[in-house]
Structure formats: C-alpha cells, structure tokens
Design a protein around this ligand. Sequence first.
Ligand SMILES: Cc1ncc(COP(=O)(O)O)c(C=O)c1O
Length: 404
Amino acid sequence: MFPIKEIRKDFPILSRKVHGKPLVYLDNGATSQTPIQVIDVIVDYYSNYNANIHRGVHNLSQEATDKYEEARHKIQNHFNAKHAHEIIMTSGTTESINLVAHGFASLLDKGDEIMVSALEHHSNIVPWQMLCEKTGAVLKVIHMNDEGELVLTEYSKLLSNKTKLVFVNHISNALGTINPIELIIEKAHQVGAAVLIDGAQACPHVKPDVQALNVDFYVASAHKMCGPTGVGMLYGKEAWLNKLPPYQGGGEMIADVTFEKTTYAGLPHKFEAGTPNICGGIAFGAAIDYLNAIGFDNIAAYEHELLEYATEKLMEIEGLKIYGTSKNKTSVISFNIEGIHPYDIGTILDKLGIAVRTGHHCAQPIMAYFKIPGTVRASFAFYNTKEEVDILVAGVKKAKMMLA
Ligand SMILES: Cc1ncc(COP(=O)(O)O)c(C=O)c1O
C-alpha cells in the first residue's frame, strides 16, 4: 500500500488553510511542494556552511563545494549520465534550453531546419524562434491531433538531412500527454539531427535514463521535483557540450584571462559562469534522494490511480470537457465547462481552498488548436489523495451552479 498518510506528514504546507479551508494543492504542474527533508537541507546550509564554492581554501568553502559536487553526482546517477561533467547546473529548464539554443547559433546555417512539436511550453518555442532569427534557420512544427498526441507519420515526413535539431517535451504541461520520445529520438538520429528533450513535466513522475534513451540533451527544473525554485539541470552528451560555445562569460568559467585573450574552463564549468545557486543545487540533490526513496514505480502507480479516479468523477459533470485524452498520459487534467470562462472556475475553487491553474499554461499554440482561451488544469502529485479529488469535483459542481 502506498504510504500516503506518512508521505503527507513530510509536507508542512499541506496542513495549512486557505480562505479558512484546508489547502487542496492541485497546481503541481506549475511547482511542486517541498518536503521537510529538503527544507532541512536548506536550513542546514544557511545555518552551518554557507560559503562560495570552488574558490576558497577555507573549511566552509570546501564543505560547500563538496556538497554541491555531491549533488551533481546525485543528479548524474539519477539520470544515468555517463559523466558528472555532462550535468550542467542551471537556473531551470528555461535557462537550460536557452543555453543550448545560444550554442547552436554557431552551428547552424541559413536554410537549416530545426523542429519543434505543437505540444510545447513557450520556453521550448521562443528560444528557438530567436535562434532562427539569428541564423536564418527554419522552424518546422510536428502537429498534434484532437487527443493531444503528436502525429508521428507527419514527423517522419518532416525529417530530412536539412534537420539539425529536434526539441520535444517528454510530457506536455498543458495536457499531460506522454510523448513517445524513444521513437522521436531514434528517427531524428537516422537523419543526423540532435534531440533535446524538455523533461520539466516528466521528472516529477518518471526517472529518465539518458544513456538508454540515447538523447543528446535533456533538461529539467528542481522546483517541479520537490526541490527549490531557481535551480535546474542540463544533461548534454560530452561531445555535444564540447562543441557548444560558452553561454555566459564571467568568473568560474575560465582557465586564463588576459586583456588579449581568455581561455575557457573545461566541462561543466565552461557553462557555469558566476556564483551558482549553491544551496539550491544541494537541495536539488536532496529532493532527488527523497523521490527515489519513495520510488518512481510507486509514484507512477499511485498517480495513475488518482488520474483514473479524477477523470471518471469529473466526466460525470455535464458540460465538462477534458482536453488531452491520450491513453498515454500523466496525472494532469485540463478541462472546461461549456459556457464558463476557466478563470471564473479557478477563482471560485480558490475561495474553497483548492489551488488549480487557469489560463493558457504557457502553451498558447495548444489553446489555439482547440480554439479556446485556456483551461482549468488540475495537476496531481503523489501526495494528493482521492479525498482531495472529491473536494475538487464538489468545488467544480458548485462553481458550475454559481456561474451557469
Ligand atoms: C514542459 C515545460 N517546459 C518548460 C517549463 C519551464 O520551466 P521553468 O519555468 O522551471 O524554467 C515548464 C514550466 O512549467 C514546463 O511545464
């Protein structure tokens, strides 16, 4: 049995009230909550060994450096990267994608093609459009169907020897679709294109193995995985990271500096200019430990139960439509009620203590496909319960009654 009662005790925030009602937190797709085990690591850092890393001979600096590099190793092991220096610490998924897009500016020629999917978050669209503006490369789009799945026959046709890079999310934040990334990677490699997978939404639910996937770049954010905000990772194959130029200049990323010429540090420091989010990086490692202690198979099985239960209950509400109906999806339910604006439903749910997200979820092309302004999105984590699903369903019924 999944130890849900014990797990909920790890999250202090889950016992607070909002508008006098117990908090029902169903906005995990935006950011996850933080267990006490991770909060303790943050408090310990600032209480006991706060210091700048990699630069000091003094004891505190050494301790902080060791813990920070230990966290890099935890991330390496978690994603099964071959080398620790293939893990670049960043401020999150957005920065990781921008880093790669910046690097590809020196590798693309006018007329080269790069490919995005219709299911992407804006962070996996806009940096590539900026890259196209800089280089004259052309952005191609893999379209989706009414279930919110990518049309793979079309993908095969779009690929050619002009395709240099394909970037697709592992799981869609707006719809929850799990994309067949193994196939996407294999087909891209057949034409010599590199692949970046945006794992921001996948990493709270699954444990990706970057070597088994044979993926070139994989990116994620700690704050969606029970870690703090402002920290994340970029995995890149060593050969690719060596090909890309530095993203930012500054301290820490250099070997030697004179006014005539600067030489750069090796991996991973070449991409880590300036003082990083030291505490955040260490806490990211602790969050990975926490999730692995529960086990990703256990998390997936429990969340699947929640998804099935919530889908069934919500579908009983007349006029409610779910967007994203792929069989292969994670615990995200995006929905609308006929004739009611999603924002209004979200506002009433908030008054009942229920936190959901409303709007376009930084995925306007998906909303344009469905010809809607946005949706209400309930995104479940392993610390949510069926009782909370019942509260959500009752809240949506109440909102419908008040607004219809
Ligand atoms: C699929 C996806 N990609 C990228 C991002 C951006 O992540 P961050 O804001 O942590 O950089 C998000 C955030 O919601 C996301 O869901």
